[in-house]
Design a protein around this ligand. Structure first.
Ligand code: PLP
Length: 378
């Protein structure tokens, strides 16, 4: 697709701001540099090789993915060391074995004796020495062996006896997204680290090397005070940041690199609302700021160049319509938001909004540079 101006791009479409992206990457690299731990960037947010290469500038070679489609896409672009960080589905074990046989240094994760049994059986059947990290639950958020679950050791022993490589432990403190204060996120980071370290110690006590201690989310990576003993951090959304991260104090609204370009298509004069051509198909249904001190609806409205327009939000969405309103109830004027005016919407959740689009327009120095594809599917 050839580059155009912001006035010419078909709406709705996704924009990514190069300067903000670079600054977000530099900020995370600085934080982890100070804590002396390498980043294994999670590429599920960007799903694009040009942006991934910038994320990997300071941490060459190793990345995290959330789908096998991402693994294939990034492997095709030369990134060989990939952690597939979703509990492995037994139905995917053959596909993992095929990728490992093709030279992909693909690691998988699991968090139950049942999954370890399936992996061990597949290892024998397919003659594949799977490289496995055991997921540990630090906060009751989603997945992982609970602290003190003897199945952690039982699974590790079964995998090792079955010819698999027990690489170590991974923890994702997703509960950090619900913290109310940055101090609480720092505490969550300490909990995440301790959960990972104590599980790694348990594996070492049964004679396994378990060299990898992998932790991370963008909030915990941002506010970690100490990562001693941790061998890598995983974070992804930091690359673009979003309104949920701004609500947590992880970034400012001005740091958000991703936006949806939209156009005003009408007015609801009686209610002082404005209608745009970006509904939930363009923005996603994510309402991640709903539980935060400032609810940003389905996104925060900026002018076409990304400048502040006050607290105007996308209050409601239909499939292809968005309804804008001022957060304090002040009516919006049709004169200020005429039909045809272009606006940008900052997303609640960058991964979810980006996931609605096949690619982005890269914006640098205020100008549209080029189209960047996004890898899609599973
Ligand atoms: C296992 C795992 N690691 C790391 C991350 C990255 O966290 P964030 O999106 O906060 O950067 C995620 C995100 O969901 C994840 O699921």
């Amino acid at each position: 697709m050839s580059a155009q101006t912001l006035d010419q791009l078909p709406t709705p479409c996704l924009l990514v701001d190069q300067e903000r992206t670079r600054a977000n990457i530099d900020r995370m690299d600085l934080q982890l540099g100070q804590l002396q731990v390498p980043l294994r960037p999670h590429l599920k947010t960007c799903k694009n090789i040009d942006i991934a290469r910038q994320m990997l500038d300071a941490h060459p070679g190793a990345a995290t993915v959330s789908t096998l489609a991402e693994a294939d896409y990034f492997f095709g672009h030369g990134i060989k060391d990939l952690l597939y960080a979703v509990g492995i589905a037994p139905g995917k074990l053959q596909a993992v074995a095929e990728r490992r046989a093709a030279g992909m240094h693909l690691s998988i994760i699991l968090d139950s004796l049942a999954a370890a049994t399936a992996v061990t059986a597949a290892a024998r059947r397919l003659d594949c020495a799977y490289r496995v990290l055991l997921e540990v639950d630090a906060d009751g958020h989603r997945a992982g062996f609970r602290a003190d679950d003897p199945d952690l050791e039982n699974s590790a022993r079964m995998l090792a006896d079955g010819g698999c490589e027990v690489a170590g432990i991974m923890v994702h403190a997703g509960g950090s997204y619900a913290c109310q204060q940055t101090e609480a996120i720092a505490d969550m980071a300490a909990t995440e680290r301790m959960a990972a370290l104590s599980a790694a110690t348990r594996l070492r006590e049964i004679g396994l090397e378990a060299p990898v201690v992998s932790v991370g989310s963008t909030p915990t990576a941002t506010f970690s005070r100490n990562l001693d003993g941790v061998t890598e951090v995983r974070a992804g959304v930091y690359v673009f940041q979003d309104l949920v991260m701004a609500g947590l104090g992880v970034c400012r609204d001005e740091d958000i690199a991703l936006s949806v370009l939209t156009e005003v298509i009408g007015h609801r004069v009686q209610s002082g609302q404005v209608v745009i051509d970006a509904g939930w198909m363009a923005l996603s249904r994510d309402r991640g700021t709903a539980g935060q001190a400032r609810d940003r609806g389905y996104g925060l409205v900026r002018d076409v160049d990304g400048r502040d327009l006050g607290e105007v939000v996308v209050q409601a969405t239909n499939q292809e319509h968005g309804i804008l309103a001022h957060a304090d109830g002040t009516p919006l004027s049709a004169e200020e938001f005429p039909v045809g005016r272009r606006l940008r919407i900052l997303p609640n959740h960058a991964c979810a909004t980006a996931g609605q689009h096949g690619g982005y327009w890269l914006i640098e120095d205020g100008a549209v540079q080029r189209w960047l594809e996004r890898c899609q599917g599973w």
